[in-house]
Ligand binder design. Sequence first.
Ligand code: SAH
Ligand code: DHB
Ligand code: MG
Length: 220
Amino acid sequence: MDEARFAEVDRWIERHLLPEDPILEAVLGARRTAGLPPIDVSPLHGAFLGLLAHLVKARRILEIGTLAGYSAICMARALPEDGRLVTIEVDPRHAEVARANFARADIVARIDLRVGAALDVLPTLVDAHHAFDMAFIDADKENNAAYADWAATLVRSGGVVVIDNVVRAGRIIDPADEAPQIAGTRSLYAAMRMDRRFEPAVLQTVGVKGWDGMMICRRL
Ligand code: SAH
Ligand code: DHB
Ligand code: MG
């Protein structure tokens, strides 16, 4: 495997394709200073999420797993002025860093940060049945099948649901690997295969976050 090379190429593409972004740099800086784990989406994946939000003309976006707000900012920037992104974070320390980052990105008004375990918060959003145009699932992988089920309820027909980290360096096919996160990811595949509400696809990825992948589903 050529992990270092993949990461170098990712950085090269970033430098040669993306505009400089002092705000996102500061967001990552604040995440680092606060000692939060470096598990935000990569800059190129952030650009991809923003692109998807534009493609589905998103006015309402749901995110599960905020961390320091990096992916939330990438998506919220694609919203119109009166659009809303609801993002759910269980760790109050992470939420605090994210809140400061939303202010830093001057995007506070478009973001509704809910602090709590996603499975407790999601039922409070049912008034918004089918009101979301997009969902990004990137929290505890153990609950991914349950989160996808919630996304089916909350995302409108024609909307898009993206689930991060569905390859995990190939660990999903190793029968000896019984880590709960990996088992949760396998359950997600099993659930998606049976689920008539989604048209799913997976893209494997390499780059600064190693070898992983994203599941991208259209809500039918
Ligand atoms: N989407 C972020 C990264 C999220 S990291 C980005 O790309 O910038 C995963 C986050 O999910 C962590 O902050 C973790 O605290 C949070 N999380 C873990 N379990 C959760 C749960 N049950 N409910 C809500 N958030 C959870
Ligand atoms: C981990 C979590 C993520 O969401 C990610 O994108 C990468 C790594 C982790 O928990 O290790
Ligand atoms: Mg992730």
